[in-house]
Write a protein that binds this ligand. Structure first.
Ligand code: 2P0
Length: 321
């Protein structure tokens, strides 16, 4: 009655920002992402009759109260599905710092969902795992299937899940993450999501997204990197325009993030085709073609503000290990 799973995090090309249903984590819009081969969580779940409550360890430390409560709520869902009342010992570790804009809740809840359902002997389809992971954290549903993924917003809980558009081997592009900050963000994404409606730009963003999604799918289909990158950058800035104009305003990037963005513009002038995206944190994700990686890494290594560099290929889906 023990199982362990590995889930990669994902970077959204088209972002999830705002929910139609907060409790069920049904998003206001569909989103598109790529799994990140080197940003992952490994989670084990061990059931025991001797436990009187769940125990949760994150990166070898006892989970903080808010994290513990959220994880137990997810285990409760799985216990109900399995018709079991056994408690679990959960141990999870990340290959990257959590709470800094590399989606730790995405890989964390994807790995937890697969490990816990296996430990409880539930054999769920990829679709059902994606739905279940979504209830833990929205972006986690995109880490269940492999490669390049679309989370179709759906109309209700049964129709809101993620599926693979293309497998990891489809396109040799990379996400090089320039880690410029490792402190935990002050306002969680969950709280940020709930206030998207206070931005005067939110409705406009939602109205424009269906066309943007069509365009990016076309760029993926024809492997049009220039188009893909251009949409990715515009989309990141569009989401941050909403974040900046919410009440209270959310400023997730910092001066180091902006310096790296300037550096990317310089790279393009030198003929290195790289594009940026930012999530709910200061680290800059640099989307590039694989042959350009050595040059980009060299430039980043010369920047004092870059504390770590994480190179990701298109990643696998969540797997039992
Ligand atoms: C994304 N983010 O699409 C966007 C971009 C952050 C910025 O999904 O409340 O942690 O757990 O469903 O999944 C972060 O939101 O929020 C997120 P919950 P989640 O990757």
């Amino acid at each position: 009655m023990k199982a362990a799973a590995k889930a990669t995090s994902n970077i959204a090309f088209i972002k999830y920002w705002g929910k139609k249903d907060e409790a069920l984590r049904i998003p206001a819009n569909s989103s598109i992402s790529m799994n990140l081969s080197n940003a992952y969580s490994i989670t084990s779940v061990e059931l025991s009759k001797n436990l009187k409550k769940d125990q949760v360890y994150l990166n070898s430390k006892k989970a903080e109260e808010d994290e513990y409560t959220r994880i137990v709520k997810h285990l409760d869902l799985i216990r109900a599905l399995a018709k079991s009342n056994l408690f679990a010992k959960v141990k999870s570790r990340n290959s990257f710092p959590k709470g800094t804009g590399i989606a730790s809740s995405a890989s964390g809840f994807a790995a937890l969902t697969l490990a816990a359902t296996k430990a409880f002997k539930l054999n769920l389809s990829q679709k059902k795992l994606s739905i279940l992971a979504r209830l833990g954290s929205g972006s986690a549903c995109r880490s269940i299937p492999p490669g390049f993924v679309e989370w179709v917003k759906g109309a209700d809980s049964k129709t809101s899940y993620a599926k693979t558009l293309y497998p990891p081997s489809y396109w040799d592009i990379l996400d090089i993450v320039a880690i410029v900050g490792e402190s935990k963000k002050e306002i969680s994404s969950t709280k940020g999501h709930s206030l998207t409606g206070t931005s005067p730009f939110f409705n406009k963003r939602i109205a424009d997204l269906p066309q943007k999604i069509k365009d990016i799918k076309k760029a993926l289909k024809f492997k049009d990197f220039t188009k893909l990158g251009t949409i990715i950058e515009e989309e990141a800035l569009n989401m941050h325009a909403v974040m900046l104009t919410q009440r209270p305003p959310l400023i997730y990037f910092n001066s180091s993030s902006l310096s790296i963005i300037r550096e990317i513009y310089e790279m393009r002038k030198k003929g290195i085709e790289a594009y940026f995206t930012l999530d709910a944190g200061p680290n800059v994700h640099i989307i590039c073609k694989a042959p350009d990686a050595p040059k980009i890494k060299k430039i980043l290594k010369n920047q004092k503000i870059v504390k770590k560099i994480l190179v990701n290929k298109p990643g696998n889906g969540t797997e039992i290990i």
